[in-house]
Design a protein around this ligand. Structure first.
Ligand code: 5RP
Length: 223
């Protein structure tokens, strides 16, 4: 079995009857959504809230009952991928551009389960460029402020055009080198007017499920 699939399917075991479940975005979350759909067909009762239009479409197509953000007060379990995960529950997310909705789900989740293959496990965050969601109407000013933090932001493109998030915003991919203090960088990024959200999820993972070569799956709990 694919390593991402192995991690995703293990994480789905945490879902119990009656839960509200946050659906992540990306190729690893895809396997979780698919497995959740199978369990719903087998009789599991749940309601799901999706972190992106794409995940919402998958859920709808596969018969997972959906609710919107405005209909819920908390989420029991969110299962989502990551671009990097360190050993202290810190993540870089947003490779798929869904970081804002993903972070809202993670923040309000009783348990945030991160599913990764072993290539995403790192000592220190920072090899993956940090996605920063910015408003489109003040892009130059916002990019200038980002540069003052010591990065050369690159506006993300898709199919030769500027990439737009589900919220209509842009993504600036920012290399900061090794991120020694993720909490401080997150604070400074969120102080910039024009930054909507950034992909640093500081101590937000409650559980990290890692698919490893040879079919082994490891579980780290941080709560
Ligand atoms: C989307 C994300 C994804 O979880 C992250 O990019 C990992 O994706 P994949 O599972 O495809 O490697 O943060 O915004």
């Amino acid at each position: 079995m694919n390593l991402k699939q192995a991690a995703a399917e293990k994480a789905v075991e945490y879902i119990k009857d009656g839960m509200i479940v946050g659906l992540g975005t990306g190729s690893t979350a895809y396997f979780a959504i698919r497995r959740i759909a199978e369990r719903v067909k087998e009789g599991l009762k749940l309601r799901a809230v999706a972190s992106s239009r794409h995940s919402e479409e998958l859920a709808r197509e596969w018969g997972i009952p959906l609710v919107s953000f405005s209909e819920i007060e908390a989420i029991d379990v969110t299962i989502d991928g990551a671009d990097e995960a360190d050993g202290e529950a810190n993540l870089i997310k947003g490779g798929g551009g869904a970081l804002l909705r993903e972070k809202i789900l993670a923040h309000h989740s009783r348990r945030m389960i991160v599913i990764v293959d072993e290539s995403k496990r790192v000592e220190r965050l920072g090899a993956f460029p940090l996605p920063v969601e910015i408003v489109p109407f003040a892009e130059n000013l916002t990019l200038r402020s980002l540069k003052e933090l010591g990065t050369e932001p690159v506006l993300r493109e898709k199919d030769g055009e500027l990439f737009r998030t589900d919220n209509g915003n842009l993504i600036a991919d920012c290399r900061f080198g090794v991120i020694a203090d993720a909490a401080e960088l997150e604070r400074r990024l969120n102080l910039i007017p024009g930054v909507v959200e950034n992909g640093l999820f500081v101590r937000m993972a409650h559980t990290v499920v890692t698919g490893c070569a040879g079919g082994r799956v490891t579980i780290q709990d941080y709560i």
